[in-house]
Design a binder for this molecule. Structure first.
Ligand SMILES: [Zn+2]
Length: 249
């Protein structure tokens, strides 16, 4: 068999610093990973890892769960890393988490930066989906990845109209709301993610789950895993047009 261009798997939302170098090396042989941060420390770690591994796309940001204890100074320092990053994430709002007003303030500051530098955002939007959408429009954000999207189905057509993407997480096999999203979303807005390393309802999520997730998506969409893999890679290239997959590590 002759191999044509090697298409990688995509993990469009992964906390890479939690994986351990050996695991990470293994994963990056066949996967391009969008590394999302949660605070200053992890933002720095992601930049460092992306210098060592070309298949990591580094994002920096302050997670809504971390806002509660974060300072303005920390946010400033995260933002000062922006020249070394390819976007902002994981940022957003969490309607079920604490300090909503401060979350909103810090999210807006990060959206301003994304808008100014014309960078993609990788979003946490649990129980605040419409609010997040309104803010993206307010700040004229052109490129967005809605991570593990399990919000209202009605928003999918708005995402499509704006050129936004959603990620599907391996939990889709047992999370009904998320499965509904997968069923209704067109392939043209879908990416895969692990959110790893993370344990959710007894399932251990890591980038190693992506191949079986792709196979699952193919079954739901009644197509082949190969076609799904290709479509997802092309979707990622719409967000990061200059990236290349380097399978020589
Ligand atoms: Zn995450």
């Amino acid at each position: 068999m002759v191999y044509k261009m090697n298409i990688p798997f995509v993990d469009a939302h992964c906390h890479v610093y939690g994986l351990g170098k050996d695991r990470l090396k293994e994963v990056l042989k066949d996967t391009v990973v969008v590394g999302v941060a949660e605070d200053l420390d992890t933002s720095r770690k992601i930049i460092e890892l992306s210098n060592q591994f070309s298949n990591i796309i580094p994002l920096v940001g302050l997670h809504p769960w971390k806002v509660d204890t974060a300072t303005e100074k920390e946010l400033e320092e995260i933002v000062s890393l922006i020249d070394k990053a390819r976007g902002l994430g994981e940022i957003g709002l969490d309607g079920k988490a604490r300090a909503l007003e401060k979350q909103l303030m810090f999210f807006e500051q990060q959206l301003k930066i994304a808008s100014e530098y014309d960078l993609p955002v990788n979003l946490h939007s649990r129980a605040a989906w419409q609010e997040v959408m309104n803010l993206l429009l307010k700040y004229e954000i052109k490129s967005a990845i809605w991570h593990w999207y399990s919000g209202p189905i009605e928003l999918l057509k708005d995402f499509e109209a704006q050129g936004y993407f959603i990620t599907i997480n391996p939990s889709v096999i047992f999370q009904d709301k998320h499965l509904k999203v997968l069923e209704q979303a067109p392939m043209s807005i879908i990416l895969t993610e692990s959110d790893g390393p993370y344990e959710y309802r007894g399932k251990y999520l890591t980038p190693a789950e992506i191949p079986s997730l792709v196979a699952f998506i193919a079954r739901v969409k009644q197509t082949t895993a190969k076609k799904v893999k290709q479509a997802i890679w092309e979707n990622l290239l719409r967000i990061f047009p200059t990236i290349e997959f380097n399978n020589n590590k």
